[in-house]
Design a binder for this molecule. Structure first.
Ligand code: GLN
Length: 305
């Protein structure tokens, strides 16, 4: 396995030149576009790594999967899906225009920014600090890493420049979708996106989902199989933004990407995958990370279809 991962990283390193590091959040532009790393963890808790697997990056949109689980735990499925739909959009992750379509009246799914902001407003707690702390505790638990924390520079950078997300927050409030105070919710959303991880951390979260919502190491059930399945299904239909359809055909693994360059994969009952490659394609997915997953899927016959 180790040799195979090493070779896959080597074969795809060249692809990093085809992408660009995100710079619409200024602090993200400091990443090295040539970085590429992977971690795979199997059901016996064997950890395999290659390349720049221990470089730190911010989790960004991958956090949407975890926030969704907590919102469902806090409110139940019915309430959450009253506020946010279950359909892929075919639009960019930060698109705003369908929110104005009268017959929809809620964000189409929880993996786009509008849907994720609505979901973060549903996380319970007595203050915005407590609400975020509860979410961070869940991240720490399912990544088996008690040291996870927010990268303050990225958080402040996004808070300062996140005007489109802010616009969506206020629009969602006006539509009656977003609960509570808009700025508090945006603060939780910006912080959750700025949690700093490495490939091992997100491979562990992928493993937790692959294992049906139970932490493999401790046997602790965190969410039901049903909730874990909801998250993995969203990963298939919406996890790679508006590339999700093609990705399902070419790779066939439930996966969620983030503009920090991470991709988390969860192959049910088999492995959790964490990939880092900050050079992104035009849709916002790690360009070489996509290639790595395609090769890995072929080598290990991982497509769920
Ligand atoms: N924090 C980022 C944003 O809101 C997350 C987007 C992403 O990773 N696709 O723009």
């Amino acid at each position: 396995m180790r040799e195979m991962l090493k070779k896959i990283i080597m074969d795809n390193r060249e692809l990093t030149k085809k992408g660009r590091v995100a710079d619409y959040i200024p602090a993200l532009s400091k990443a090295n576009p040539e970085d590429l790393g992977i971690c795979v963890i199997d059901m016996n808790n064997n950890v395999y790594t290659a390349g720049d697997y221990n470089k730190k990056f911010t989790i960004q949109s991958i956090s949407k999967t975890v926030a969704l689980m907590l919102a469902i735990m806090d409110n139940g499925e019915e309430k959450v899906f009253n506020k946010v739909g279950m359909e892929p959009t075919g639009d960019a992750f930060n698109s705003i225009y369908k929110l104005e379509t009268k017959d929809i009246a809620k964000p189409l799914n929880p993996m786009i920014n509008a849907g994720a902001i609505a979901v973060s407003s549903l996380i319970k707690g007595n203050s915005s600090e407590e609400r975020f702390e509860r979410l961070l505790s869940l991240f720490r638990k399912i990544s088996s890493n008690d040291n996870l924390k927010v990268n303050e520079e990225v958080y402040l950078s996004e808070k300062k420049t996140g005007n489109k997300n802010r616009a969506m927050g206020y629009l969602l409030k006006d539509m009656g979708v977003l609960e509570g105070n808009v700025e508090e919710t945006l603060d939780i959303y910006f912080k959750q996106c700025s949690i700093e991880v490495d490939c091992v951390d997100i491979a562990n979260i992928g493993l937790f989902l692959a294992n049906g919502g139970t932490i493999l190491e401790t046997g602790e059930d965190i969410v039901t199989e049903h909730v874990a399945r909801i998250v993995k299904t969203f990963m298939v239909t919406c996890g790679m933004y508006d590339s999700s359809g093609e990705f399902a055909i070419r790779v066939g693994i439930p996966a969620k990407s983030g503009v920090g360059g991470g991709i988390m994969g969860a192959v049910p009952h088999r492995i959790g995958i964490g990939i880092y490659g900050p050079a992104l394609d035009e849709k916002g997915n790690s360009v070489a990370g996509y290639g790595v997953l395609r090769d890995l899927s072929k080598e290990l016959n991982l497509s769920i279809f």
